[in-house]
Design a protein around this ligand. Structure first.
Ligand code: B16
Ligand code: MG
Length: 218
């Protein structure tokens, strides 16, 4: 198998931290008198922390000062980290480790491409840090998905051309970013939601070694 770049999103692909983002955003939204549903949480997947708070405020028709905005962001992250700090290897989604190990055994280059500023902490908690040759996260990018920046930086760090990279993503914005970067996009989740992806699987248990070996852009 020739060496290519495999770029993994974090939340929704490697671990399900969306449930913890939900708890923390809900607490914050309710504290300022805004209702917040699981459906709305779906719309925050892959979206940066700043953009997420902006959306919640617009749903609740709220305007706040810059200082309040910063304070709310800090308190949301503090709440989120309470959950993150309890994470361990059991939270890795099915067959993710198996896929990473298969890719390593065939000398593939592996990167993380996440919007999260907590990505390194989370990878440490679930003990996957040593599986990645490059980590690009919310602390390294200036433009959020659907901008391809995060994946293009990852390709550059891996020294693999974008056309030779494959992205695993659970968010619509992330699939659009991968397509914009001219990479092969693989959606993890629901086919209808992720219809812009080259391929969609429910999770990694559906992805065979043969499929990974023979991957082509659709
Ligand atoms: P943080 P991903 C994204 O992670 C989440 O899907 C999104 O809900 C979150 O707002 C964003 O990270 C920022 O996370 O607050 O930890 O910096 O899917 O790009 O791995
Ligand atoms: Mg995600």
């Amino acid at each position: 198998m020739k060496t290519r770049g495999f770029i993994f999103d974090l939340d929704g692909v490697i671990v399900d931290t969306a449930k913890y983002h939900f708890l923390a955003w809900k607490k914050l939204a309710n504290s300022i008198g805004v209702d917040f549903s699981e459906e709305q949480n779906e719309q925050l997947k892959g979206v940066s922390r700043v953009k997420s708070l902006e959306k919640i405020l617009s749903w609740g028709n709220k305007t706040i000062s810059e200082k309040e905005f910063t304070d709310l962001m800090t308190s949301k992250n503090d709440d989120y980290l309470v959950h993150v700090n309890k994470m361990d290897e059991n939270e890795i989604l099915p067959d993710v480790t198996k896929t990473l190990d298969f890719l390593s055994s065939t000398n593939q280059s592996i990167a993380l491409g996440s919007a999260s500023k907590n990505a390194r902490l989370i990878l440490n908690k679930v003990n996957l840090m040593n599986k990645f040759h490059a980590i690009v996260d919310g602390t390294n990018v200036s433009k959020a998905k659907p901008d391809p920046e995060v994946f293009l930086i990852a390709a550059k760090e891996l020294k693999i051309t974008p056309e030779e990279c494959i992205v695993f993503e659970d968010s619509v914005a992330g699939i659009q970013a991968a397509n914009e970067a001219n990479m092969i996009s693989i959606g993890i989740g629901d086919t209808a939601t992720l219809h812009e992806a080259d391929y969609v699987f429910r999770d990694f248990t559906e992805i065979s070694e043969n499929f990974l070996k023979e991957l082509k852009k659709k």
